[in-house]
Design a protein around this ligand. Structure first.
Ligand code: TTP
Ligand code: MG
Length: 357
């Protein structure tokens, strides 16, 4: 039986946090802008959340230590994140976008997948729909996004990243493999730094190398992920656009002023993070089941531990209790901690749900 052809759209807002800041403060336009930790004239800790394209030209990118950012671009405007504002704008954008498809899936704060299969009959119509969506977002929100269109989520996502900012890239099913082939393997969703390093050791740099690699060796090396690698490299992805929940996870993290092994300091910070996370979860009417704690030691070694509860909740005390339990083993090591984070995920939409317990 032949599968029904699908047309999937992926949208991703351009330099989202800084774009919102520029919109609210037009005087920042044309200047490098960085949202993230306080740089404290080069002595700050923590990282860059995002930067606008002017700052990226100087090498300032998401995840870079803020002290490095300051050295690269001291003249930038440095701003702390204003999460309530970004969430409000994100919700407005998602409300606009979801009207364009029957199946809609928000992915993170500034991305979404739309299954256009029931709305358009070919790629030309899909492209016209994408232009309309971009126009509506620009008119109503004064923000720009980049869009990718493809036969599945994987290709659409890589395509939206292909011509940023203001991009619109259409990749038809027949073109998918050739489109992916010259790109770095890192562009594939699930290829992180560790997998990338392993692949490089095997002589695989670009997606084309992966596509022509013996799949049995990939499976022997990576297990089930090897099969996925082989299929992805050939532009195949059968995962559905899932309408279920809007947000995948809510998280906050903090870098300590000084690395610390003081349990009280770490636990107080953990409680504060849990507080922020719970506030956001309640604002978005979500209930979560999974709690994850992240710990980064002084030497940047990073660990995460998760627990899935057997009930759904949005209660701060449940989050704090679980987070503390998850963190406990990391406090028993006498090693100094640099950063901790709290994340909740596995959401159930909460309009009519009650907390069980
Ligand atoms: P992205 O879409 O990855 O980045 P972006 O929108 O800033 O830039 P681009 O034009 O390349 O899409 O992430 C969306 C927002 O999520 C981003 O504005 C800030 C936040 N974010 C972090 O806080 N930390 C991170 O490491 C990343 C990657 C993003
Ligand atoms: Mg983005």
């Amino acid at each position: 039986m032949s599968e029904k052809k699908r047309i999937i759209l992926h949208m991703d807002m351009d330099h989202f946090y800084t774009a919102v800041e520029e919109r609210e403060h037009p005087e920042y336009r044309g200047k490098p802008v960085v949202v993230g930790a306080d740089p404290k004239e080069g002595k700050g800790r923590g990282v860059v959340s995002t930067s606008n394209y002017e700052a990226r030209k100087a090498g300032v990118k998401s995840g870079l230590p803020i002290s490095r950012a300051w050295k690269l671009c001291p003249e930038a405007i440095y701003l702390p994140p204003n999460f309530p504002l970004y969430i409000r704008v994100s919700n407005e954008i998602m409300e606009i976008a979801r009207k364009y498809a029957d199946k809609f899936e928000q992915w993170g704060i500034d991305e979404a997948f739309l299954d256009l299969s029931t709305r358009v009959k070919d790629y030309a119509e899909a492209e016209a729909l994408a232009r309309k969506l971009k126009r509506e977002v620009k008119e109503k929100e004064n923000l720009t996004c980049s869009i990718g269109i493809g036969p599945n989520k994987l290709v659409a996502k890589v395509a939206s990243d292909y011509q940023k900012p203001h991009g619109l890239t259409v990749v038809k099913e027949k073109e998918a493999e050739a489109f992916l082939a010259p790109l770095q393997v890192r562009k594939l969703l699930w290829v992180g730094r560790k997998t990338e390093a392993k692949l490089k050791n095997m002589g695989i740099q670009i997606i084309g190398d992966l596509a022509s690699y013996d799949p049995t060796v990939l499976v022997a090396t990576f297990g089930a992920m090897g099969t996925q690698m082989h299929l992805s490299a050939h532009g195949i992805d059968r995962s559905e656009v899932e309408t279920r929940t809007k947000v995948k996870s809510v998280s906050h993290e903090t870098t300590f002023e000084e690395d610390t092994d003081d349990a009280a300091t770490v636990l107080t910070a953990l409680d504060d993070l849990a507080h922020e996370v719970a506030k956001q979860v309640v604002e978005q009417k979500l209930f979560f089941k999974t709690v994850t704690v992240k710990v980064r030691y002084q030497n940047f070694e990073t660990h995460t531990r998760s627990q899935t509860l057997n009930y759904m909740t949005n209660r701060l005390q449940h989050l704090q209790k679980t987070a503390r339990k998850l963190l406990e083993p990391y406090l028993k090591t006498d090693r100094k901690i640099r950063l901790i984070g709290v994340r909740v995920s596995n959401f159930v939409k909460g309009d009519k749900q009650k907390t069980l317990v």
